[in-house]
Design a protein. Structure first.
Length: 283
């Protein structure tokens, strides 16, 4: 069974997603019902919802919508990773709101590759992320391979914060560049407060021609750097549709781990994530 730590749901009739207007393939509804049909056939038994960069004034509304979806029978959703704005003076108040909703909010994310590089280097941004020290909240980092140096600087400023690196650090699989990305991944993995999320890889290859051998080096290097106890799995649905879809990514995951022990597969598939977020998931 799989615990999907990176599920996006899109409800354009309820929320605004400004960025989707430039991504035609994703600019459409992606509902819980659609996901559940596939998940039940693929062995996905639980999920965390990952924020979808809604309009800033609707960040809390997105969580409210997910609360309703979580209350549905067999919803699969065990919590949410909320969007946030650490660059804002209002972040402490936002954190107070999240603490009042700890039953659903498990962590936060601010996508770094859609903002200037200097944002994560500002004192306000770093101090606000540091406020997550000694809380139960994690901080997901979504950054391009070229930004991993900035990620390392942020992690070093916040050594008591639990970070999750999304999508293996977004390697440039399409170009085949491996060396520079690997150097930074190995350096980041030295920070024990960082867990790597194995997700998104099939969206970074050539959508028409990628093969399992194209993504294997990035998959295996991430696991080698972080170890089997600091990797978790995510679908990145529906963004994974850019590289073949949820079924393709689940199949690729099983192919890439078919030589692993049962214990190591369980660690990636679900148990590391359950431990990270202290969730009652036992497959």
């Amino acid at each position: 069974m799989l615990f999907d730590t990176h599920l996006h749901l899109i409800y354009p009739d309820k929320l605004s997603y400004p960025w989707l207007s430039s991504v035609e393939e994703l600019n459409r509804p992606s509902t819980l019902e659609d996901y559940k049909k596939k998940a039940s056939r693929l062995g996905i038994g639980a999920s965390l919802h990952m924020e979808v960069d809604v309009a800033e004034h609707q960040i809390r509304d997105e969580t409210a919508l997910l609360r309703k979806l979580m209350s549905e029978p067999n919803s699969l959703i065990r919590g949410v990773i909320s969007a946030c704005r650490p660059e804002s003076e209002e972040f402490p108040l936002f954190l107070d709101w999240a603490m009042e909703n700890e039953d659903i909010v498990r962590g936060f994310r601010r996508v770094l590759h859609v903002v200037p590089d200097g944002l994560s280097q500002s004192k306000l941004f770093r101090e606000n992320v540091k406020r997550l020290s000694d809380t139960r909240f994690t901080f997901d980092i979504c950054a391009l391979s070229r930004q991993l140096r900035l990620v390392i600087e942020l992690v070093d400023f916040c050594p008591e914060v639990v970070f999750v690196l999304d999508h293996c650090g977004v390697p440039d699989i399409k170009s085949g560049e491996l060396t520079n990305w690997s150097i930074q991944i190995r350096e980041l993995a030295k920070r024990k407060n960082v867990t790597a999320k194995i997700s998104g890889l099939i969206a970074y290859g050539n959508p028409e021609t990628w093969s399992i051998e194209d993504i294997r080096p990035y998959f295996e290097e991430t696991v080698a750097a972080f170890g089997h106890q600091r990797v978790i799995w995510g679908s990145d649905s529906p963004v994974c549709n850019l590289g073949g879809g949820l079924e393709t990514w689940v199949s690729a995951t099983h192919v890439l781990t078919n030589s692993w022990s049962r214990a190591h597969r369980d660690s990636l598939f679900w148990s590391n994530a359950a431990e990270l977020w202290k969730l009652d998931v036992n497959f």
